[in-house]
Design a protein around this ligand. Structure first.
Ligand code: XMP
Length: 516
């Protein structure tokens, strides 16, 4: 069964993915498309609602993204947000001017009714970010909300099913933003709310079975959220036709390799191949201290081992990847981007470049339409343990970027043990949910200490915990002192060769989250 569709037309705003996620949280399937998408293509997609995003431009600049008025003749309801709000008014003959006083941040608005504001108090707080405003609406439109400095904070034309808000309903700072989106989706567009994860699993399993038939599928499993959920879904669909290859380079956290192996061999039906190659990695890394070179060696060794195993397994059948929707968007494969050529932000690590001599019948990306929160919801429903589904981000080169200087077996062990204590204390003390990442680092530093009557000269452990929205910037977390004290005591007592613990109080920038 095909889901009803809402389209988010991207005009270059920074919250576009967030809009799509919020729509999906309302139970409505949603895809992001470039504002240049031809009208014929939009008609073919047959959406039940369209949302215009914000954008950094002024509608009256000729170089700004514009759209043909034809889109308003399709009879499909449209909701304009911020730039999208101004664009609808401007395209249909209204007037947009530069504000005398820009509005930025939390602003109080008062509404005068209208379907968007059903169950929203007459006065509420919204998030505004604009330097232009609508000074005159086109004929047939009415203002439905205003703020002290914005005479048209929201408007509607119920005959044409056009609605708009100058503020951002998708951000949590807008108190009733979710209600407003929901009102548009359910009361204007008449969506039924058919985007539910149980159905997703059932439909995807059916599609995968049809596509794969009796062929084989091979998946590189890292133990991260995406590849784990992908493995769970493929196992549900084709069981033993699936082979997962898990390369353990010995740089994972304490006992993590064993945990991944147990999960996928005990809880799921599949062929599971674990390649233990710690020694090969250690040999290649011997004497290397430069961070970039270490990263490069770890990456090269990983893929050389991985592709060799794939060659041994044979390439008849399909290759599966845990690509998710934001990976496709960020690498320019999601039909999005406000400005066409700026689409490719990065080549994503989930989307691996295959050597030329390896040719499969096709590539399968069962999670390619999902956001991370949805991937996690699917993972939970498939019975994947919480430790994997809610796993904090872990860098591809693993502990390699957390051991400064040369990587040795002894240092890996010290770091794994210290990191395990830190994580244990954070999880026990109930502050884990407020942190985005927390881990230990082993700088190549020894300091003097005392233990009993003896002088010691041993390793220093640094602990790092951050809060962040997007990892582009991050704050060091203000963990209560009593927790830090317990962590320090336990690490010095329980981890051999550590006599000192320090807490990293650097934000990003100027620091990065990882140390290398
Ligand atoms: P930085 O250190 O750049 O980290 O502030 C931001 C986020 O990215 C993760 N990270 C990596 N993830 N491969 C990955 O898959 C890498 O090489 C890598 N380096 C950093 C880091 O853990 C943090 O979440």
């Amino acid at each position: 069964m095909k889901n009803q569709l809402c389209i988010v037309l991207d005009f270059g705003g920074q919250y576009n993915q967030l809009i799509a996620r919020r729509v999906r949280e309302c139970g409505v399937y949603c895809e992001i498309r470039n504002y240049r998408t031809p009208i014929e293509e939009i008609k073919k997609l047959n959406p039940s609602g369209i949302i215009f995003t914000g954008g950094p431009n002024s509608v009256y600049d000729e170089s700004s993204p514009h759209i043909s008025g034809e889109i308003f003749e399709l009879g499909i309801p449209v909701l304009g947000i911020c730039y999208g709000c101004q664009l609808i008014a401007y395209t249909l003959g209204g007037e947009v001017k530069s504000c005398e006083k820009s509005e930025y941040g939390k602003i109080s608005v008062t509404h005068s009714g209208g379907v968007l504001f059903k169950d929203v108090p007459q006065e509420s707080t919204v998030w505004m970010s604009h330097t232009d405003y609508i000074s005159r609406l086109p004929e047939g439109f009415e203002i439905t909300a205003k703020s002290a400095d914005c005479p048209c904070a929201s408007y509607q034309n119920t005959d044409k099913k056009l609605y708009a808000v100058q503020f951002h309903p998708e951000v949590t700072h807008t108190e009733f933003g979710k209600n407003i989106l929901r009102n548009f989706l359910y009361d204007v567009c008449n969506f039924k709310g058919d985007w539910v994860m149980d159905d997703f699993i059932e439909n995807t399993v059916k599609k995968l079975r049809e596509q794969i038939g009796d062929k084989k599928v091979i998946l590189g499993l890292s133990g991260g959220v995406d590849s784990s959920v992908c493995a769970g879904l493929l196992s549900r669909a084709v069981r033993k036709q699936l082979t997962c290859v898990f390369v353990d380079q010995g740089l994972m956290r304490k006992d993590e390799g064993d945990f991944v192996e147990q999960t996928f061999t005990k809880l799921f039906d599949m062929n599971f191949i674990r390649v233990n190659c710690k020694d090969k990695f250690l040999k290649a890394l011997k004497g290397v201290t430069d961070p970039e070179q270490k990263r490069k060696i770890i990456g090269t060794e990983f893929y050389s081992v991985f592709w060799e195993k794939i060659r041994q397994q044979g390439t008849d059948g399909f290759f599966a990847q845990g690509t998710i929707y934001p990976d496709r968007i960020e690498s320019g494969r999601g039909n999005i981007a406000g400005h066409g050529s700026t689409a490719v932000i990065k080549t994503h690590h989930n989307m691996v470049k295959m050597p030329d001599d390896i040719k499969f019948e096709g590539t399968i990306e069962p999670l390619g339409d999902l956001f991370k929160d949805e991937v996690r919801a699917v993972g939970e429903k498939l019975g994947i343990p919480r430790e994997l589904v809610w796993r904090q981000p872990f860098p591809g080169p693993g502990l390699g970027v957390r051991i400064i200087g040369e990587i040795t077996e002894e240092k890996i062990k010290i770091l794994q043990n210290a990191d395990a204590v830190f994580r244990d204390e954070i999880e026990k003390s109930g502050v884990a949910d407020s942190l985005k990442q927390y881990f230990a680092v082993l700088p190549d530093v020894r300091t003097v200490g005392v233990m009993g009557d003896h002088r010691t000269y041993d390793h220093l452990i640094a602990i790092r915990a951050v809060t962040t929205d997007d990892f582009m910037t991050a704050d060091w977390a203000k963990i209560p002192y009593d927790i830090l004290a317990r962590v320090s005591n336990r690490i010095c007592n329980e981890v051999e060769h550590v006599n000192r613990v320090v807490y990293d109080i650097t934000s990003k920038p100027p620091g990065t989250v990882e140390w290398e």
